[in-house]
Design a protein. Structure first.
Length: 477
C-alpha cells in the first residue's frame, strides 16, 4: 500500500464503497465536489444513497471498474490483496489509500472529535452529530451507522467541527489528530489483530498520544479497561483529562439514570451543579454514552445546558436497539450487539422495557447470530452466558464476514455454553425458518430482539409479517 495520501482526491475509487465506514467517506468527498466512483459486492441502501449523490457504483469487483484516470484507490482492511481492482491499481501505478488516511484528510483544518472504544462508538458519535446539528454548529460527521432521523451515516457540514468514529479494530485510529478524543471503554476484541490486553492498551495509548497539544481526553471513570488505560498514560502535560461515570471521583458524575420505557432520564453533576436531560434510547450504557458526548461538547466550549437539551433530540441509530415494529402485542427490536459486553448491556436495557405497561410479565426472546469465527472461538462461553439473561434464545450459524472458517468453531459452542448457564436455547441453521420458530414462541407482551452484526437484521420485517399472519399460518415462504 502506498504510504500517506495522494496529492489529489478529485477522482477517488472506493473498493467496497457500500460499507459503513467507506460509504461515509465517499459521501463527504462527493458533497465536497469530488468525482467519486467505486464498487461493491451487492446492491444496498448505502449504494442507492451514493448514486443519489452522483457517485458511480459498480456491482461486483472487476479490473475494468477502475477508471484509468482515478487519482487514488481507497480501501479498508477488509479488502484482500488479490482483489482485481487493487491488482489493477498497482498495474496503473495509482496510489492506494487506507480509508483512515482518507478520513484523516477530511478532518484537516477542522476541530475534530474522535470517538473510540470497544463498544458504543457509533451511538456516541451519533449523539454528538445530532446535538451539534440541533445547536446550529453545522458539523461534518462520519459514523459507522445510519442516524435514525436523517437516515445517513455521514455529512459535509459548513461548521468548524468534525465528529468521527475512530476504529480501533485494525489500529487505523492512530491516523487521527483530534482536538478531543473520547475513550468509552477498552476490552479485548478483534482477536485477529490483538493477542492481549497489553496490545489493546498500547494501541489506545498511541491514539490518545495523537490528541493535539492543549486538547482533551474524555474517558470513562467506571470501566476497568478505561481506568487502567488512564493509569498507563505517561505524558499528560499537554492534555486535559476529563473523566465521566458513576465513580465519586468522576469529573462529570452520573448521579442517576431513570428508565422511561424505551428512553432514559439522566442526571449528572457537572461543576458542582445538577443537570437532567432525556435520551430517547433505553439502558444505562446508552445514558453513559450521552454523558461522554456531553463532556466532549463542553470541552469544545459549548454550554452544558445547551448540549443537554440538544441531546434530547437524539432518537437512535439504525440497528442500535431500533424498534422495527409491533404485531400481536409483540415488539421486535434490532440490536447490533455481537460482543458479550454489548449483548449483556442490551439485554439489561430490554429487561426494563419488556412487558412495560399492561403486560409486566413480558419475556425477552433473542435471535442471535454470532459474528466472526475468531470472535466465537475466543468468546463463545461469554456469549452463551449473556444469552442466559434472555428468557429464550434462537442461535443461528456464524456470520463469517471477512473470515474463513476455523475447524471446530461453530455456533454449537455458544449453544452449549448457554445451556450450561441455564439458558433456554434453540439452534436453528436455516435462517428462513426463524419467523415460524419465533411465532411459535412469542406471546403478547413479549419483546423479540434480533441480535448480531451480520444479516440477522433482515429477519425483523419477516418476523413481524409472520406474527401478523397469526398462529394458524403455514410456514413462511
Amino acid at each position: 500500500m502506498a504510504p500517506g495520501l495522494p496529492t489529489s482526491m478529485d477522482r477517488p475509487h472506493f473498493i467496497g464503497i457500500g460499507g459503513a465506514g467507506m460509504s461515509g467517506i465517499a459521501k463527504i468527498l462527493a458533497q465536497r465536489g469530488a468525482e467519486v466512483a467505486g464498487s461493491d459486492a451487492r446492491e444496498s441502501t448505502a449504494v442507492a444513497a451514493l448514486r443519489d449523490l452522483g457517485v458511480t457504483v459498480h456491482i461486483g469487483h472487476a479490473a475494468a471498474h477502475l477508471a484509468t484516470d482515478a487519482t487514488c484507490v481507497v480501501v479498508s482492511s477488509a479488502i484482500r490483496a488479490d482483489n482485481p481492482e487493487l491488482v489493477r491499481a498497482a498495474e496503473l501505478d495509482i496510489p492506494v489509500v487506507h480509508r483512515a488516511d482518507a478520513l484523516a484528510s477530511l478532518m484537516d483544518g477542522l476541530r475534530a472529535i474522535a470517538v473510540a472504544g470497544t463498544h458504543g462508538k457509533t451511538t456516541t458519535t451519533s449523539m454528538l452529530a445530532v446535538a451539534l446539528t440541533e445547536l446550529g454548529s453545522d458539523p461534518s460527521y462520519a459514523i459507522g451507522g445510519d442516524l435514525a432521523g436523517p437516515g445517513t451515516n455521514a455529512r459535509h457540514g459548513g461548521g468548524e467541527i468534525f465528529v468521527a468514529e475512530a476504529d480501533e479494530s485494525d489500529r487505523s485510529f492512530h491516523k487521527y489528530d483530534p482536538e478531543v478524543a473520547i475513550v468509552l471503554n477498552a476490552e479485548l476484541d478483534h482477536h485477529a489483530n490483538y493477542a492481549s490486553m497489553d496490545e489493546i492498551y498500547d494501541s489506545f495509548e498511541t491514539f490518545v498520544g495523537k490528541v493535539v497539544p492543549g486538547g482533551t481526553l474524555v474517558i470513562s471513570a467506571d470501566q476497568a479497561g478505561a481506568v487502567e488505560l488512564t493509569s498507563r498514560l505517561r505524558d499528560l502535560s499537554t492534555l486535559k483529562v476529563v473523566t465521566y461515570g458513576e465513580a465519586p471521583s468522576a469529573d462529570v458524575r452520573v448521579h442517576k439514570v431513570t428508565p422511561r420505557g424505551l428512553a432514559s432520564e439522566v442526571t449528572v453533576v457537572l461543576g458542582g451543579k445538577f443537570l437532567t436531560f432525556t435520551v430517547s434510547v433505553p439502558g444505562s450504557h446508552y445514558a453513559h454514552n450521552a454523558v461522554a458526548a456531553l463532556a466532549a461538547g463542553v470541552a469544545l466550549g459549548i454550554p452544558a445546558h445547551n448540549l443537554a437539551s440538544a441531546l434530547g433530540k437524539y432518537t437512535g441509530v439504525k440497528r442500535r436497539l431500533q424498534l422495527k415494529g409491533e404485531e400481536g402485542g409483540v415488539q421486535v427490536i434490532d440490536s447490533y450487539a455481537h460482543h458479550p459486553t454489548e449483548m449483556t448491556a442490551d439485554l439489561a436495557a430490554m429487561r426494563g422495557a419488556a412487558g412495560a405497561g399492561d403486560s409486566p410479565s413480558g419475556r425477552i426472546l433473542v435471535v442471535f447470530q454470532p459474528h466472526l469465527f475468531s470472535r466465537t472461538q475466543e468468546l463463545a462461553t461469554e456469549m452463551g452466558q449473556a444469552l442466559a439473561l434472555a428468557d429464550a434464545s434462537v442461535v443461528l450459524d456464524i456470520y463469517p464476514a471477512r473470515e474463513d472458517p476455523i475447524p471446530g468453531v461453530t455456533s454449537a459452542l455458544i449453544v452449549d455454553a448457554a445451556r450450561t448457564a441455564g439458558a433456554d436455547v434453540t439452534a436453528v441453521s436455516d435462517k428462513e425458518a426463524v419467523p415460524d420458530v419465533i411465532a411459535g414462541m412469542a406471546k403478547p407482551g413479549d419483546l423479540v430482539l434480533t441480535m448480531g452484526a451480520g444479516d440477522v437484521t433482515d429477519l425483523g420485517p419477516a418476523i413481524l409479517a409472520r406474527l401478523s399472519a397469526g398462529p394458524s399460518a403455514g410456514p413462511s415462504s
